[in-house]
Design a protein around this ligand. Structure first.
Ligand code: PMT
Length: 314
């Protein structure tokens, strides 16, 4: 539950969103996992959100509205944050791209492995190097205890888990970083006004009014983790409005950085918008397989370092 005493209408909407959301099935277990993961950690921790949230149309959900995101950005960024020495809480949409699995084929189990000599399962030589790399890198992150993966599906789950993580990371002060790459639904059906059973097509055309999902960026900034370094994303399909919209988000939600990307070129280039100016970050086109997340995370790590120093001086 949030405190609505901040005087902003947005906080009332946020309270009402959380009050009416169906409670997390395993909320206590998730909370415990996050607390255990953060226990005794004084160094940098980043919460990377990844994939799109769904909006159920029925309480016993058969149909839902989805938000576009493959999870590639979040998975790739997680790998680079881990490489830079961060511990990562990876809040991801079930079924989307996972760290270290980006180069695996779509159906890794069936395509990477084969049965030889009757019952021996072996790696198909074409995929051997990729499979080995994925297993070793993932194993390293898990055994070092630097990667915690938490799945979500609906907008209700996503925002409740994000709140829980943020409140737990609050104690890290400026060492906490939020990298909000998930594609979050802007509209939803409030739980109490949602039909319980499957909507019947025999009732004719569907007429439905969606409520607006309150933006959580301001409450994250002001209440949940006020000292954390906060990065939000801005996705547009029209490049003409992209940077202006990112600048608006930077100011309105008091973000430390907004990463602006256009749908078709998002894997090639992003524009990092800060109060100090904009930087275009591109992937190294001379190197095959280079990711735009490589230079992007380097820039973020440097900026976060300066931020931590500035907060220590104050
Ligand atoms: O996963 P990929 O296929 O690799 O694609 C990556 C990406 C394009 C999804 C990613 O780079 C990206 O841009 N993610 C954010 C997409 C998005 O939801 O943009 P938006 O303009 O709708 O939201 C802007 C910000 O507000 C986001 O950081 C979001 O976390 C936040 N938000 C949005 C809605 C809401 N109700 N509350 C929020 O806090």
């Amino acid at each position: 539950m949030m405190d609505a005493s901040n005087g902003s209408a947005n906080f009332e909407e946020i309270n009402s969103f959380f009050d009416s959301a169906p409670s997390l099935k395993d909320g206590e277990a998730i909370k415990r996992k996050v607390e255990e993961f953060l226990e005794g950690r004084a160094n940098r921790v980043v919460c990377v959100t990844s994939g799109g949230t769904t909006v159920p149309l029925e309480q016993r959900c058969v149909r839902y509205i989805d938000n576009f995101s493959s999870g590639h950005r979040g998975a790739a960024s997680t790998e680079y944050f881990l490489k830079a020495g961060y511990a990562v809480v990876f809040l991801y949409r079930r079924g989307t791209c996972q760290p270290y699995c980006r180069s695996l084929p779509d159906d890794p189990l069936l395509e990477c492995f084969e049965v030889t000599n009757g019952s021996n399962v072996t790696v198909n030589p074409i995929h051997a190097k990729t499979v080995e790399g994925a297993i070793i890198d993932n194993h390293l992150a898990v055994t070092r205890g630097t990667l915690l993966k938490l799945p979500f599906t609906t907008i209700f789950e996503y925002l409740q888990i994000l709140q829980l993580i943020a409140l737990s990371m609050r104690s890290l002060g400026p060492s906490a970083l939020f990298y909000l790459a998930a594609a979050v639904s802007d509209f939803y059906v409030p739980w109490e006004s949602m039909t319980v059973h499957k909507i019947q097509s025999s009732s004719g055309p569907l007429d439905m009014r969606l409520a607006q999902v309150p933006k959580m960026l301001s409450v994250l900034r002001k209440d949940w983790a006020p000292l954390a370094f906060c990065i939000s994303f801005k996705l547009e399909t029209d490049t003409k409005i992209l940077v202006d919209k990112a600048n608006m988000a930077l100011k309105k939600y008091n973000m430390d950085m907004v990463v602006a990307n256009e749908l078709l070129t998002r894997k090639e280039e992003v524009i990092v918008v800060t109060k100090g100016g904009n930087v275009i970050v591109q992937r190294d086109k001379t190197e095959s397989g280079a990711d735009v997340e490589d230079p992007l995370i380097k820039l973020i790590v440097d900026t976060h370092s300066s931020y931590i120093t500035s907060k220590q001086i104050v």
